[in-house]
Write a protein that binds this ligand. Sequence first.
Ligand SMILES: [Zn+2]
Length: 431
Amino acid sequence: MRMLLGFLILWLASWNVIAAGDITALAGGRIIDGLATQPLEDSVILVQGERITAITNRAGIPDGATVIDLGGATLLPGLIDSHAHPLMAEDDYQTFHLQNSSAYKALKGYRGMQNQLQAGWTTLRIAGDADVFYANQDLERLRREGVIHVPRLFGAAHYLSITGGGGDLNYFSPEQGLHVDGLVVDGPEEIRKAIRTEAKYGSDWVKVLVTGAFMSVGDDPRSVQFAEDELKAVVDEANRQGMPVMAHAHATEGIKMAVRLGVRSIEHGRYLDAEGIKLMRNHGTYYVPTIYVGDYYMDPRNGTLRQQDTFNDYSENYRHIFIDLVGKAHRAGVKIAVGLDLGGYNYNASLNARELQTLMEAGMTAMEAIKAATSVAAEMLYQEGQIGSLQVGAYADIIAVTEDPLANISALERVSFVMSNGIVIKNHLLK
Ligand SMILES: [Zn+2]
């Protein structure tokens, strides 16, 4: 009996130790929490399970907590890419699906997402992807089941396009009855059916190609493709399904129509004008300009896509005008989020931080650019308080860098520590 009691006490004691050890304390030099205008000095973040439970100092670390000493590093919220295409191939994104199954894409995409996580990007919003089925939605399901570690995934499995538009395949003979990887829809009825199907299989955003695209063969970015009654049906059906709409829009009138009809965000907006900026500010429409992708493809090592020349011509001759426009939108009070729009399974995800650099070129401070990749993006996703900020109750998506990102934003290309959902994914600061 005495022995049994002894075992019981031992068992309780060990259980107790485990319970206290359940708390992880991240001790860094300072914290950029994604919300405040100034960093917090000498702070410690306490994590229990998948959430942040306290922000304190070294004296506030409870006994028995596991301390991860990050030295003088700066801690930040995990970064959010608000325009990602993790299932797109590097060379020919429009026809890759004709040769490769959705399962193949899922596994390749999984590897790419691990790279994103290693680089500090803990959330992606999928802006439609190059997959006939729903591999991204399956990957998110596996993440939630705790089977794999990938960034949190929001967004749309596919983009909606008109026949002959940016999401259609426009360089094959009419005899070819090809499957496209987007949803080619015409008229309100087809649109409603497509959105209901997206919702059924796990999309939580609707992506619509309101205007033409630079990178789709045979397409003109200055053309407005969906008619007003069609776009109205997009927003109406999306609202009924509780899905926000992200609108790919370059052409000036296409941008304005989308904003007036109530989309949540404008993607790219390369021919935005002053009236469009005013409308976006008044409607509270978010702007995801995706600037860096143009610079990326200008590099001859990366520029292998079809219709590369049109985009390069724009980047070469109009980049300064675009940067100026983004600056005007920012100064007018339009909320801007970081989005990369980089396809390719194997691209170096550290380069994502270059989008923050281009936003600074447009006039943002380093702190504003960091917010564009954290709290502003979280707000756009209706996830404020959950991700994109370091505060009590938020998910423990936390990164650390050894250099000062406020002095040199490229520090975010060299992320040394990554915690995702309370789990340490990477720690190069381990002593
Ligand atoms: Zn895109």
